[in-house]
Design a binder for this molecule. Structure first.
Ligand code: 1HN
Length: 376
């Protein structure tokens, strides 16, 4: 018999490491249930596994399947106050249908129709946008309109006011990454509505943001500027710089010099121009380019990552899963599951001659707490 009223349910079992089953033991367990107590000897293996046992599972979302649904949402769902954003989250199949791609990370496809405005607000969640195709939206962060174009990475630390507007005749899609599940589980979130309409001055479409004019020059820190918030003051990392950095690494390798992380694999991390750390307090972002035919060494890491294929094609394996991937596809690598990427010619029509992968992860959380480990 269990204690019907208690959410604690304890079963005496005849197993090594467990006490001898007896009516007295059952009686003790009913006492624990009544007093809301759980003994460690029943729980230990689940609470303290020998290595991370991710609740999340590896999963792939194909761009060609999810983009049409975002487009359809553009027809059917208005964007405005209340819903705030036409953002559609990737839900990890083993996280109970919650809009969580991993236990710490949120990833969504967002869609904005011609002329539309997503209203201003701010929240403690740290966020970024990444653009896999298209252009024409300006994200207005702290009243600074920032253009968004293919390949651009746009981080935006928590508590910055932000709105988006599409200034063109075409709809635009991009992906958002945030630390929503982390802040949800740790009960640390705050949110505020901003103005319903941004001013005409903010609805302009400058080629470069004020942030980029101030902070976007490699190795040059403006002496007169005081960054207000945590996280990077540079609000956009332009594709032409990322692309050049990656192709230069592979060119150096071809010429016989050092610089790549492993053979045929160039990689860069997006960093804060102040101090060189991660762009956001809870989120790390990187770009990887794998030369055609090359494969990364198997790797495990504490914490979860989400990747989007920016260009090219290849084969990805995560834990026991294996997928052929192409442009726009998104997948999640749960904590401590083995990951490899192989660059391979595929059937995608556009192909850079390699596999280009955008990656974000929750590594800064674990590094800050001395909990980060990687297998190589
Ligand atoms: C948000 O503010 C954005 O600003 C995207 O684009 C996704 C998901 C939940 C809460 C706020 C954005 C979001 C979000």
């Amino acid at each position: 018999m269990t204690n019907e009223k208690s959410p604690v349910r304890l079963t005496a079992v005849d197993k090594p490491g467990q006490p001898l089953v007896s009516p007295e033991l059952e009686e003790l367990y009913r006492g624990f249930e009544k007093e809301m107590l759980v003994p460690l000897w029943i729980e230990i293996s689940g609470l303290m596994p020998q290595h991370p046992q991710s609740k999340a599972q590896p999963h792939l979302w194909r761009w060609n399947d999810i983009l049409p649904l975002a487009e359809r949402s553009g027809d059917l769902v208005p964007v405005g106050r209340g819903g705030e954003r036409r953002a559609i989250a990737l839900a990890n199949p083993s996280l109970g249908g919650r809009p969580f791609v991993s236990p710490t990370l949120w990833a969504a496809i967002q869609y904005l129709m011609p002329g539309e405005n997503a209203p201003e607000h701010r929240h403690t969640q740290h966020a970024f946008r990444f653009v896999v195709e298209g252009e024409g939206v300006w994200t207005v962060v702290g009243r600074d309109p920032v253009p968004m174009r293919r390949g651009d990475f746009l981080p935006q630390a928590g508590w910055n006011w932000h709105a988006h507007h599409n200034a063109t005749e075409s709809p635009m899609a991009w992906i958002d990454g945030l630390d929503i599940p982390f802040q949800y589980e740790t009960e640390s979130q705050f949110f505020e509505f901003g103005r319903d309409e941004i001013s005409d001055a903010e609805r302009t479409t400058p080629e470069r943001s004020r942030s980029q004019m101030l902070w976007g020059h490699p190795g040059l820190t403006p002496i007169g500027a005081i960054p207000a918030a945590p996280g990077t003051p540079l609000l956009s990392y332009r594709w032409e710089h990322t692309d050049q950095a990656l192709s230069d690494q592979l060119e150096l390798e071809r010429l016989g010099f050092d610089g790549v992380v492993e053979p045929g694999h160039a990689a860069v991390r997006f960093t804060n121009p102040i101090g060189g750390g991660d762009v956001l307090p809870t989120i790390r972002a990187e770009f990887h380019r794998i030369r055609r035919g090359a494969e990364t060494a198997p790797r495990r890491e504490v914490g979860s990552s989400v990747y989007q294929v920016f260009d090219g094609s290849g084969v990805i394996s995560v834990g026991t899963e294996k997928w052929s991937v192409g442009r726009g596809d998104l997948f999640v690598v749960p904590s401590w599951q083995e990951f490899t990427a192989k660059s391979e010619a595929g059937s995608t029509d556009s192909d850079s001659g390699g596999l280009d992968l955008f990656r974000f992860s929750d590594a800064p959380i674990f590094e800050a707490l001395n909990l980060h480990r990687a297998s190589n």
